[in-house]
Design a protein around this ligand. Structure first.
Ligand SMILES: *[C@@H]1O[C@H](CO)[C@@H](O)[C@H](O)[C@H]1NC(C)=O
Ligand SMILES: *[C@@H]1O[C@H](CO)[C@@H](O)[C@H](O)[C@H]1NC(C)=O
Ligand SMILES: [Zn+2]
Length: 472
């Protein structure tokens, strides 16, 4: 058998020309890894079966999507004066979570809408703030500036960005709510990363841009969005972007496979149900576009899967204040006068020596040497040295305690465990249609196309909306 992640990755490879498959090629695996592909004969037979089933699969997709595209037109609006899009982000909603339990509401949107059959691909690093802001701007993190959840201004190292920092200097690019405001419409930004930052025409109006409060019940968030439809037509926000902390919270505590996750997923389904019911009551369910997505997935972590940097002491002493971030994403900014290239060389020497616990699960790079597909170099906010951590592993400077099993994210964005979901329902989306996986930087152009607005330059492809949306 191929590794479980190889099929979706090959598909992504086809569409995006990724030059690498995830970490397998970045961190060399010990040769002892047992594989059923022991000899060339079985390898050839296997590839033959794999390639032929893949081509049948692809052919089927081509046929089915050309049918649905040519025969069905977008449905027209009769109640709303303008297209309206509501995006719900469920933090850490790993792809496939909705199959853990009965999710009739998400299921209904999938059955009656368009969904990514192998999930939505996050950007690297697979962390909450970089991804939410990539969804909002269509930009890879170096271009939108939010390159981590927490990072220093390298020109002024005492000044750190954090989640609650609303100084516009950190937040580059043009997020969707600003695009909507620039075009003279109302938008609502409900707890989404970056909405409280005043930028251009976007002033974060209190009515449509509440101050972040994690205690606000999920149903209250939905009800507030539904209330907007009681406003005079011209004032209804044409875009609402709403953030929900679950099931990421449970994922970190319990890991991705735990009854608490199943419960949280059922709860998120009831949140979707409340939105559907509210829109149906107003007779606009078929007119409003609903997009459900997440920012990243979740991988299980455990005490025995840690790498401690102090074990590298025989090769190189990594000072704590050089480390900008650890955990699933290691970034190191050595002081001036210390050679980054030399640190990288010595660290990798130690890590591959066999003498550092789990050393072969971490590989460090000068940021400019990271494979291109990570898009994680073109910003002076990104520290000189970036460490890629294998799925499920965690890096710390030294052992501080016994670590509980739980979950984490931040790893390589092509890992299947880092994928999240994408479901869309509305007048421009075909019913029961499946589309291939795509990166979340495509969402910006998709939303501006539905809203009929001219967007800002970004990293999404111009042709993406046409390949997904029904023609008007
Ligand atoms: C946050 O929300 C909770 C629940 O609605 C509320 O009781 C609390 O007052 C809010 N906190 C702030 C600072 O508004
Ligand atoms: C991403 O978009 C920005 C803004 O348009 C552009 O400057 C940058 O070159 C793009 N990067 C890539 C890798 O496409
Ligand atoms: Zn998150």
């Amino acid at each position: 058998m191929a590794s479980p992640s190889s099929i979706p990755i090959m598909l992504a490879h086809q569409e995006y020309n990724y030059e690498e498959t995830p970490t397998t090629s970045l961190i060399s695996k010990p040769p002892s890894l047992s594989s059923p592909l022991k000899n060339i004969k079985s390898l050839t037979l296997f590839s033959l079966i794999f390639v032929s089933s893949l081509s049948i699969f692809l052919a089927f997709h081509l046929i089915s999507s050309s049918f649905s595209l040519s025969s069905v037109k977008a449905r027209s609006l009769s109640k709303l004066p303008h297209p309206v899009v509501i995006i719900f982000s469920f933090d850490g909603f790993r792809f496939g979570y909705n199959l853990k339990t009965s999710t009739p509401n998400i299921g209904r949107l999938i059955a009656e809408g368009t969904s990514a059959d192998e999930g939505l691909i996050p950007v690297f690093p697979t962390l909450t703030f970089p991804n939410h802001y990539s969804i909002a701007t269509g930009l890879f993190p170096p271009y939108h500036g939010i390159i981590n959840n927490y990072f220093p201004d390298l020109e002024n190292p005492t000044d750190w960005f954090s989640a609650s920092n609303h100084d516009p200097k950190w937040w580059l690019g043009e997020p969707l709510w600003q695009t909507v405001a620039r075009n003279g419409f109302n938008a609502a930004g409900y707890f989404w990363a970056g909405t409280e930052v005043k930028k251009g025409a976007w002033t974060c109006p209190p009515k449509f841009c509440p101050k972040y409060n994690s205690s606000t019940p999920f149903f209250k968030r939905v009800d507030d969005i539904l209330e907007y439809f009681n406003l005079p037509d011209k004032e209804i926000p044409i875009l609402s972007m709403v953030y929900f902390e679950d099931p990421d919270r449970e994922g970190h505590i319990y890991g991705p496979d735990h009854p608490e996750i199943t419960k949280a997923v059922a709860n998120m389904d009831s949140v979707v149900g409340r939105l559907i019911t509210g829109l149906e009551k107003r007779g606009i369910f078929e007119e409003v576009t609903i997009i459900l997505l997440g920012d990243h997935g979740m991988a299980g972590i455990c005490d025995e899967k840690y790498v401690f940097l102090n074990e590298l002491a025989p090769w190189i002493q990594i000072e704590d204040n050089w480390i900008n971030s650890a955990g699933t994403l290691l970034t190191i900014q050595p002081p001036s006068g210390v050679s980054s290239a030399e640190i990288v060389q010595k660290m990798n020497e130690g890590l591959s020596s066999g003498k550092v616990g789990n050393g072969d699960m971490l590989r460090v790079y000068l940021k400019e040497d990271l494979p291109e597909r990570f898009h994680y170099a073109e910003s002076n906010r990104i520290p000189a040295i970036v460490g890629l951590v294998e799925e499920g592993y965690t890096v710390e400077s030294k052992r501080k305690k016994t670590y509980e099993c739980g979950g984490s994210h931040g790893y390589d964005n092509l890992l299947f465990s880092m994928r999240t979901f994408f479901v869309a329902h509305g007048p421009r989306f075909a019913k029961g249609k499946k589309i291939h996986s795509f990166q979340n930087i495509e969402v910006y152009n998709l939303v501006t196309a539905i809203l009929g607005l001219k967007g800002a330059p970004n990293n999404g492809s111009i042709s993406f909306p046409n390949s997904v949306l029904l023609k008007k």
